[in-house]
Design a protein around this ligand. Structure first.
Ligand code: HEC
Ligand code: HEC
Length: 290
């Protein structure tokens, strides 16, 4: 081997002067662009380490000259969200539905909050998105036992129905059979009457007897025509929408044993702003509000 650079005759490339068994090792240089990119990345890395947080130390890390921190950035964002939220929450307290609907930002906030609160607190009874299950009313339709205005809904949520609260809504459907207020035969006649007024097939003779019993015993709460009365929480018995069920067997069960559905009061569990948000959600987003 000699120290002079040699050039391989076949390729015209310099060799490294290494040779094994007469095989020469060529010395092909790295392409210039590749080398340049490598230098640029080294410069970039050094620059980055100076400017940004980079090197772990025993206690902490190098902060970099601009003091950037994801943690602070998130903290600031969270702080801002809390501020927005409390501003919006304050706006909700005592607001009318019209003023909320006129403020798109506030309406969006209330609906989102209401949807979350509904999922956490109400779906266990009222079903997914308030679709309702027997005994627990559907909150999406236009049929309301206690009223579907914003104020009505808010009052129901605040104080509940048959809840342990002085201002709770109250109305009772007595157990006419179990408490022996009526004879079993009279209950059968009433069942036929209710079948008749709700447009189902009924025994007309029995239903006619039932009509008299209905006027005496039931009309005070459900109305003469059985259309229901909100002030008593007595449902309309003439539509096809049933809280407990409209078959002969279920009607007999209701009249025999009575019904007292319980809806908890929320005024002690949720804030005024949260209850307003829920009322907006039930009234406007679920869509059955009046
Ligand atoms: C423990 C079960 C239960 C929970 C939880 C519950 N409800 Fe109710 N809710 C009821 C029952 C039962 C009724 C019907 C009461 C009756 O028979 O009059 C009702 C009725 C209502 C009504 C009146 C419907 C009408 O037709 O007038 C509204 C509005 C309502 N609930 C909203 C809510 C909201 C909002 C929540 C969550 C904060 C909620 N409910 C949580 C059981 C519940
Ligand atoms: C003191 C008022 C009152 C009287 C009187 C009364 N009801 Fe009711 N009734 C109610 C209330 C309140 C409900 C709803 C109960 C609930 O939501 O849990 C109801 C519910 C019902 C239901 C269930 C409706 C459904 O959608 O599933 C039927 C059926 C019914 N009543 C029939 C009668 C009949 C028949 C009589 C007469 C024998 C009668 N009621 C008398 C208050 C009354």
């Amino acid at each position: 081997m000699s120290d002079h650079k040699k050039v391989d005759e076949h390729t015209g490339t310099e060799t490294t002067n290494h040779e094994w068994d007469e095989i020469q090792e060529l010395d092909t240089p790295m392409p210039r662009w590749w080398i340049n990119i490598m230098y640029i990345t080294i410069v970039w890395a050094i620059g980055y380490m100076i400017v940004m947080p980079a090197i772990p130390l025993i206690n902490g890390y190098t902060k970099g000259i601009i003091g950037f921190s994801d943690r602070t950035r998130v903290a600031v964002a969270v702080e801002k969200m809390h501020e927005d939220r409390s501003v919006n929450s304050e706006k909700l307290v005592g607001a009318s539905i019209a003023s909320i609907q006129n403020d798109p930002d506030l309406l969006r906030f209330a609906t989102q909050q209401g949807r979350t609160l509904f999922g956490d607190n109400c779906e266990t009874c009222h079903g997914r998105r308030g679709q309702g299950v027997p005994g627990y009313p559907n909150l999406n339709d236009d049929i309301w036992i206690w009223g579907g205005s914003f104020a009505d809904i808010k009052q129901t949520i605040n104080y509940g129905i048959r809840a342990e609260h002085d201002d709770t809504r109250f109305g009772s459907m007595a157990a006419y059979g179990r408490d022996e207020l009526l004879e079993p035969a009279q209950i059968d006649d009433l069942v036929q009457h209710v079948l008749g007024i709700s447009g189902q097939r009924s025994d007309t003779v029995a239903a006619a007897r039932g009509a008299g019993l209905f006027a005496e015993n039931c009309a005070s709460c459900h109305g003469d025509a059985g259309k229901g009365m909100r002030e008593n929480g007595a449902p309309d018995l003439t539509d096809t929408d049933w809280l407990y069920g409209g078959t002969a067997a279920l009607l007999r069960e209701t009249i025999f044993n009575g019904r007292e559905g319980l809806m908890p009061n929320w005024d002690t569990r949720l804030s005024e702003a949260q209850i307003t948000a829920l009322s907006v959600y039930v009234h406007s987003d679920l869509g059955g509000g009046e």
